[in-house]
Design a binder for this molecule. Structure first.
Ligand SMILES: Cc1cc2nc3c(=O)[nH]c(=O)nc-3n(C[C@H](O)[C@H](O)[C@H](O)COP(=O)(O)OP(=O)(O)OC[C@H]3O[C@@H](n4cnc5c(N)ncnc54)[C@H](O)[C@@H]3O)c2cc1C
Length: 494
C-alpha cells in the first residue's frame, strides 16, 4: 500500500519524469490525467510520477501557476497572486529548496491607517468619542475598520486546524450576521461589520470557513520571534518580522517572483505538462475516464484529478456512470470570493502634504489603500488599492479598463494631494480571469454541514485537488496539501 510516508521516501520526483523525450508522454493514454497546472496539479503530478505513474497535466492557459502569477513590469516582477510564504509552510518551503530557488524576506510593511466612513475622515484611535459611532457599550471601542475581524476572532471556538470539520461545531455553520445576532451585538455594530468582514460578506460566508483560515493563520503568528501584535492592528496584519530563524523571516517571497516555483516544478515534469489544453468534458466509469479538450484532443486514463477551482469545474461537463449528488452540489454551488488589486508607484509621499496617515480603509467603493513603507520616509513609495469582498464583486462587474480608471479617479477624489503622483504598475481582477473566476473558495452558511465534510471524496475515478479541497492548511500550502492527498488516494487504489 502506498502511504504518505512512502511518497515522502521516494522524494517528489523519480527519474521516470526527468528528461524523457516528448514521445514518452505523447500517447493519448496515461495512468493519471491532471486538469490544471497550478500548485496542486503540479505537486500531485510530481508525486505520482515519482511513483512511476504516467501523468499528463492539462493546462488551459499559456502559462503554469494559476493563482501564482508574476507579472513583469518596468520596475521589475510583481506578484499579482500569491507571494507570501510563512515559516510554517512545510511543503512549499520544501519545494522551494528542492528546486533551488531563493527566498528573500518580504519587504511590504504597511504604513499606518486612516479611516474614511460616511465620507468623513477620522482617527480610529478616537472612534469611541466620534458622533458617527452609533454602536453601544464596549462595542464603541472596537476599531471600526477591523470590527468584523475582531468579532470573528473573539468568538472563534476552534482550537485545532481540523476542528472546522468536527460535527461538534455544526451549530456555528452560520453567517457573521447570524453570529452577531446570536451574541447580542447592536444593529449598528452589525452594520459596521459589513465594511471589514472576512470572507465575501456578512451574509455569504460560513463562520466555520473563516475560522478555518484564522485558526491556521494563528500557527504562522506563533512562529514570529518579535511580538508584532501592536503593529498588527491594521487590516490583514501585513507586517513582517525580519528576525531570521533558520534563514526565514515570518513572511518570505521567492526571488524573481513566486511563479518561479510552478515554472521549476513544470520544468522537471517535462513534456507531461501540456499548455493551451482547455478541458471541456470528463466521461467516466468505475474503471477509467476520457478527458476531452476544446481543441478536440482527448486523453484516456485510469484516474483523473481535478486541480481546477470549482468555479471553473462547473463549466466542464462531467458524465458519470454513477451520479454523485453531493459532489455535484459542491461543484455547482460553492461560492467564490474575489480580489482585485491596482498596483501603483507613488512618486512622492502625498500623505505628508494632506496630513492623513498614508494607508486608509473606506466604506466607499475602493475599500483599502495600502501605502507601503520604503524605510526612508522620502521619495518613491509603492502602494496598492486592495479590493476584497463586496467591494471587489462590484468592481469586477465593470469593464476592465473602466474599473482601473474608476479606481484611480476615486483615489484622487478621496486624497486630492495624490493627484499626478500615482504611476500605474499593473492591475489584476481575479473574477475576470476566465480560468479562475474568483480569487479563492468560500463556503456559504450551511455548506460545511451540507457537503464540506465529504466533498473531497473521490467520485468514481475522479479525485479532487485544489486549495478549495483543503482540510488543514491555507494559501499555497493548502494547494500542496491537496496535491499530496490525491496522490496518496490514487497511490492506494493503483
Ligand atoms: C490575489 C491573491 C493573493 C494570494 N496571496 C497568497 C499568499 O500571499 N500566500 C499564499 O500562500 N497564498 C496566496 N494566495 C492563494 C494561492 O494563490 C492559492 O491557494 C493557490 O495558488 C491555488 O492553487 P491551486 O492549484 O489550488 O489552483 P490554481 O492556482 O487556481 O490552479 C488551477 C489551474 O487550472 C487551470 N485551468 C482552469 N480551467 C481549466 C480547464 N478547463 N482545463 C485545464 N486547466 C484549467 C488554471 O489556468 C490554473 O492554472 C493568493 C491568491 C490570490 C488570488
Amino acid at each position: 500500500m502506498i502511504t504518505r510516508r512512502t511518497l515522502m521516501a521516494t522524494g517528489t520526483l523519480g527519474a521516470a519524469a526527468l528528461g524523457l523525450p516528448r514521445m514518452a508522454f505523447a500517447a493519448e493514454q496515461a495512468d493519471v490525467v491532471i486538469i490544471g497546472a497550478g500548485l496542486s496539479g503540479l505537486h500531485s503530478a510530481q508525486l505520482l510520477s515519482g511513483l512511476g505513474m504516467r501523468v499528463v497535466v492539462l493546462e488551459a492557459g499559456g502559462r503554469v501557476g494559476g493563482r501564482v502569477h508574476t507579472v513583469e513590469t518596468a520596475e521589475g516582477p510583481i506578484d499579482v497572486g500569491a507571494s507570501q510564504i510563512g515559516r510554517s509552510y512545510a511543503r512549499v518551503l520544501d519545494a522551494v529548496r528542492r528546486h533551488d530557488l531563493r527566498l528573500v524576506p518580504e519587504d511590504r510593511d504597511l504604513l499606518p491607517f486612516a479611516a474614511h466612513f460616511q465620507d468623513t475622515w477620522f482617527d480610529p484611535a478616537d472612534w469611541a468619542n466620534n458622533p458617527l459611532n452609533k454602536t453601544v457599550g464596549e462595542e464603541r471601542t472596537i476599531n471600526p475598520i477591523l470590527l468584523g475581524q475582531v468579532v470573528s476572532a473573539r468568538h472563534n471556538p476552534l482550537k485545532e486546524v481540523d476542528d472546522w470539520l468536527d460535527p461538534r461545531f455544526a451549530r456555528d455553520d452560520i453567517s457573521l450576521r447570524q453570529l452577531m445576532e446570536r451574541e447580542g451585538y447592536s444593529p449598528a455594530a452589525i452594520e459596521l461589520a459589513k465594511i471589514s468582514v472576512p470572507g465575501i460578506g456578512i451574509d455569504e460566508t460560513s463562520m466555520l470557513r473563516m475560522w478555518q483560515e484564522a485558526t491556521r493563520g494563528g500557527i504562522d503568528h506563533r512562529t514570529e520571534q518579535a511580538p508584532t501584535a501592536a503593529k498588527r492592528n491594521q487590516p490583514f496584519g501585513e507586517t513582517n518580522d525580519r528576525n531570521l530563524v533558520d534563514g526565514l523571516a515570518s513572511i518570505n517571497n521567492i526571488a524573481g517572483g513566486c511563479q518561479q516555483l510552478p515554472l521549476a516544478m513544470a520544468a522537471r515534469l517535462g513534456d507531461a505538462v501540456r499548455l493551451n489544453q482547455q478541458v471541456v468534458r470528463i466521461a467516466m466509469s468505475d474503471t477509467g475516464a476520457t478527458v476531452s479538450c476544446r481543441d478536440g484532443s482527448s486523453y484516456t486514463a485510469r484516474f483523473v484529478i481535478s486541480a481546477v477551482p470549482f468555479s471553473v469545474l462547473r463549466g466542464i461537463a462531467i458524465e458519470a456512470t454513477r451520479d454523485n449528488p453531493i459532489q455535484r452540489q459542491a461543484i455547482t454551488s460553492m461560492p467564490y470570493a474575489n480580489t482585485a488589486r491596482l498596483y501603483l508607484h507613488v512618486e512622492r509621499p502625498f500623505w505628508k502634504e494632506d496630513g492623513l496617515p498614508a494607508s486608509f480603509s473606506t466604506d466607499g467603493p475602493i475599500g483599502m489603500f495600502w501605502g507601503i513603507d520604503n524605510h526612508s520616509g522620502e521619495g518613491v513609495h509603492r502602494a496598492m488599492v486592495v479590493m476584497v469582498g463586496k467591494v471587489a464583486e462590484a468592481i469586477s462587474r465593470m469593464d476592465h479598463e473602466d474599473a482601473e480608471a474608476f479606481v484611480q479617479r476615486e483615489l484622487v477624489r478621496l486624497r486630492p494631494a495624490a493627484k499626478g503622483l500615482l504611476r500605474y504598475q499593473t492591475y489584476k481582477d481575479w473574477a475576470r480571469d476566465p480560468l479562475q473566476l474568483g480569487c479563492g473558495f468560500s463556503l456559504a452558511p450551511g455548506q460545511v454541514n451540507a457537503f464540506g465534510r465529504t466533498m473531497t471524496d473521490p467520485w468514481q475515478v475522479l479525485h479532487f485537488a485544489g486549495e478549495h479541497t483543503r482540510r488543514l492548511d491555507f494559501g499555497m500550502e493548502a494547494a500542496m496539501e491537496s496535491g499530496e492527498r490525491v496522490a496518496v488516494e490514487i497511490g492506494e487504489r493503483a
